[in-house]
Ligand binder design. Sequence first.
Ligand code: DP6
Length: 362
Amino acid sequence: MSEYTNPNLILETAKLEPGEVTWRSPSNLAIIKYWGKHGRQLPKNPSISLTLSSAFTDTKLEYKPKESGDNAISLKFFFHEEENEPFRQRLVGFLEGVKDIFPFLGQLDLTIHSGNSFPHSSGIASSASAMSALALCLCSLEDRFFETLDDDEEFDRKASYVARLGSGSACRSIYPVAALWGEYSEVPGSSDLYAVPMKEHIHETFQHFHDDILIVSSKPKKVGSSAGHNLMENNPFAEVRYADARRRLHFLLEAMKKGDLETFGNIAENEALTLHGLMMSGNPSYILMQPGTISVIDRIREYRAETGNPVYFSLDAGPNVHVLYPEDIIHEVRPFIEEELLPFCEESTWLQDWVGEGPVEL
Ligand code: DP6
């Protein structure tokens, strides 16, 4: 049961014309990381992220009245125009799980066409963009059928809630520029159930920030995020970590408001290394960084010391490195990346990304 459970959202299918809805939704980069969860996709600590731009998923959801009389989810799934059974099964599980929120899903034959802007073997995590795009499609369907979500704020909040059920980090992709997920006393309205928009609390500098993603390795991860979250349950440092994330968030919010790049960058780097430290200190322990990850990190720190330019790194749960810097030094940083960092990347692969304005309906 969720607070969005609504048994009244049932269609008169005899009157329903087939249709479709499409959303483009971006990925996001957490600065304070979500790592550790409980209950039905609830975070152990609040997290905050920058919404990205060029890493996105397009999802088209087609529907028509169901031919069979049962109430089970009926789904065809195409990823980059090819049927993909493992993804389909994951989505059927998700859609079955949200039928208490959208009971009309059991009355439809559904087809999803989904694709990412980045090569799907690039090692860039896509659950945030994919699950947020799908959640937005579901909310659009509800609004189209029942006119229940005409208030934008309510639409976004519900989309964020539903995205969270698909993948925790996805709930933050709904909002432009930056979003915070998890109850935090300093941010009124914040909740463990959905993310809240933070654009209004973020200095201009961060609204145009760059996050170039360097692909050190595109191989599938040895340990996925869900297993990683679970391993936090018996990690001896877990409680210290959750308290520290809250403590840091206070300073990060202040820095993001003021445009204090140094404090922002130090916290971002520390969070990235803490995330990987937690993986290394769990039982069983594991390492997702590659030699190239460390080389890139070292080189970024040296470059910062040599030039004084505010270039920082972050990591997700994988070997690839996010290079963070403000717009005004782009012409110095891009050549540095190309000449000195790309040699550590797989086939010199990178994705130039920046802070963006959030999802759009296509
Ligand atoms: C390291 O959101 O992928 O990227 O809720 O199990 O789908 P699930 O996990 P997921 O975890 C993301 C973890 C992270 C940090 C973050 O984005 O906050």
